[in-house]
Unconditional design. Structure first.
Ligand code: ZN
Ligand code: ZN
Length: 107
């Protein structure tokens, strides 16, 4: 999974723990690369109980790794990325009607 912010790819650490930070943003599990961790506008979800951003999102729940608080993710997050049908362009039916009228000689 690349860094959610800059898209950098995670490289395997030579040894020890990965410097990449896990977090939850808009109730989606994300990874933050070491560079982006220095920024202060990461816009991560934070724990409602203790304010920590060390959260884990799993199976419709968001768990705080600092205090253990667990809350349910919003239902719209459970469904994954929202899938909405593309809006039909306005005026299409009128254009089709006009084209039909031209073909039929009814202008
Ligand atoms: Zn990054
Ligand atoms: Zn907490």
């Amino acid at each position: 999974m690349p860094c959610y912010r800059c898209g950098a790819r995670q490289t395997d650490p030579v040894r020890g723990a990965s410097p990449w930070q896990r977090g939850v943003r808009h109730e989606t599990q994300v990874l933050i690369c070491p560079d982006c961790q220095r920024l202060h506008d990461l816009d991560l979800d934070s724990c409602a109980a203790c304010g920590s951003v060390a959260l884990i999102c799993r199976l419709g729940e968001v768990e705080c790794r600092s205090c253990g608080d667990v809350r349910l993710a919003r239902s719209d997050a459970l469904a994954g990325s929202p899938v909405s049908p593309p809006p039909s362009p306005p005026g299409l039916s009128a254009e089709v009607e006009a084209a039909l009228n031209r073909v039929l000689g009814r202008t």
